[in-house]
Ligand binder design. Structure first.
Ligand code: AMP
Ligand code: GLY
Length: 452
């Protein structure tokens, strides 16, 4: 029988440490004061992983969510204003990790670095690999990174004219950030024109791309100048419905390791797809310092890059961070202080062989406007080795948890094999109850057979 835990014992540990927190602690005193910026499952995963390190004294989450309130200090201030910089000074923060793409793109990394602390987020200029797909394409061509053939147009009207000259499948993309809604894989010209007319691409530049066929994998790396440290690869499940049907979402679940890009190939693939970009950015005088995520397609001709993200993936962080062994906070601090090469030279990172699966329990209506405000039941009934990483929840004064967004709870389970982790995750997902809750039933189904 597995032991039923009311909550992860790591929460008890961190609460004890917080109780011992010294308000007068000076900068550089033992134990890191950490700040996690974000409110989603990814931010929860980062805070949860930091909470397991003996080197961490305190964890603050801005703005955080109902689940993070259990073990971190949830600080109710805007993540993009002066209050955050004041908080960093008053709470004596040593290390800040920024989760969300829009905050990274707004240059929060640059602002936080002015406080002279370790910051895991690239500069606004280096983060351009995410916030301008056109820039990313130019850089890939310059650096010799394989990716789909492309053409950029100043706006949708210009792309429309270009489509008159061509037919057949084409990928239509907004140049800028579009909350995951700016990419359409069109089967023919009619579909492509409908995408251009939908208004979803915004007013800016538009790219038309050659469609690539194959299997997708996500490779998150730590990049500090020209130093590139790959983390274990993962696979996301982007469509809302079983069998990859229905609309695109922010990600319905994830698995690591993945048979699409096995762990032992991560270094070579990072060498081909991330290192040339790191060198190109350094050469341009805008070196990258932070997490650089390559969204990859395994094609008949090898791996091609679909996109770069200037941050951890969500839900990839949820399955990869639990596999990082040793002092994660120390690794993040070295990255954030620009000492990554020296740090990994002295203490190379190690990754557990355990498999992790994330099944996201979503609120009715997601990825459209989700139903919110429903009380979540079953959080106290999870077996050992299974965690509820809150994605979008609030915590009421009476301790009850309610949904506050679409990807409400990430059920994350570890196992000796993907099959074992998957079975545990699904057993637990069935216990998380709120009206209209739904999840995909085939997360990691392929890996459960292929990787053991
Ligand atoms: P992106 O945000 O660029 O990664 O695109 C989101 C999703 O659209 C990817 O995860 C792929 O499923 C799909 N996609 C993007 N570009 C291509 C492409 N050139 N060929 C096929 N599918 C693509
Ligand atoms: N999982 C895809 C992303 O984080 O953008």
């Amino acid at each position: 029988m597995r032991r039923l835990l009311g909550r992860d014992s790591v929460f008890d540990i961190i609460r004890e440490r917080r109780a011992a927190r010294s308000p007068g602690r000076g900068a550089g005193a033992p134990g890191l004061n950490c700040l996690v910026v974000g409110a989603d499952g990814r931010a929860y995963a980062i805070a949860w992983r930091l909470a397991r390190d003996a080197t961490v004294a305190t964890i603050d989450a801005v703005p955080g969510n109902g689940g993070m309130a259990l073990f971190a200090r949830v600080v109710d201030i805007p993540a993009d204003g002066d209050a955050l910089e004041q908080h960093i000074a008053s709470a004596r923060i040593d290390l800040a990790i920024v989760g969300p793409d829009d905050l990274v793109a707004s240059g929060l990394g640059d602002r936080l670095r002015r406080a002279d602390i370790a910051v895991v987020a690239p500069s606004r200029e280096a983060a351009r690999v995410e916030w301008s797909k056109r820039f990313a394409k130019e850089l890939m061509d310059e650096a010799g990174v394989p990716s789909a053939a492309w053409t950029a147009y100043p706006d949708a009207a210009a792309a429309r004219i270009a489509l008159e000259e061509r037919d057949g499948p084409v990928v239509v993309k907004a140049d800028g950030l579009a909350r995951g809604k700016g990419v359409f894989v069109a089967g023919d010209r009619e579909e492509a024109l409908a995408a251009l007319d939908s208004g979803a691409l915004g007013k800016g530049a538009v790219l038309l791309e050659e469609p690539l066929a194959g299997d997708e994998a996500s490779l998150q790396t730590l990049v500090d100048g020209e130093t590139v440290v790959p983390l274990p690869p993962a696979r996301d499940h982007k469509r809302a419905g079983d069998g990859d049907t229905g609309p695109n979402t922010g990600g319905m679940g994830a698995v690591s390791p993945t048979s699409v890009l096995p762990d032992d190939e991560a270094r070579d693939v990072a060498e081909a797809t991330v290192a040339p970009i790191a060198r190109a950015l350094a050469r341009r005088g805008t070196p990258y310092r932070g997490v650089l995520y390559a969204g990859l397609m395994r094609t008949a001709r090898g791996f091609a890059v679909l996109e770069y993200n200037a941050r951890f993936g969500d839900p990839e962080a949820e399955v990869v961070l639990p596999r990082i062994e040793g002092d994660f906070a120390g690794l993040m601090r070295a990255l954030g202080e620009g000492r990554l090469a020296e740090h990994v030279g002295a203490s190379p990172p190690s990754f557990s062989d355990r498999a992790f699966v994330d099944v996201v329990v979503c609120a009715q209506g997601y990825p459209g406007a989700p139903r919110t405000g429903d009380r979540v039941e079953g959080l106290e009934e999870l077996p050992e080795g299974v965690y509820a990483f809150h994605g979008a929840t609030r915590r009421a004064p009476d301790g009850s948890v309610t949904t506050s967004g679409g990807r409400a709870i990430h059920v994350v389970a570890g196992g000796a094999s993907v099959a074992e982790a998957r079975t545990l995750a699904y057993e637990a997902a069935a216990r998380i109850r709120f009206p209209g809750a739904f999840y995909r039933h085939d997360i990691a189904a392929r890996e459960a057979v292929a990787v053991s």
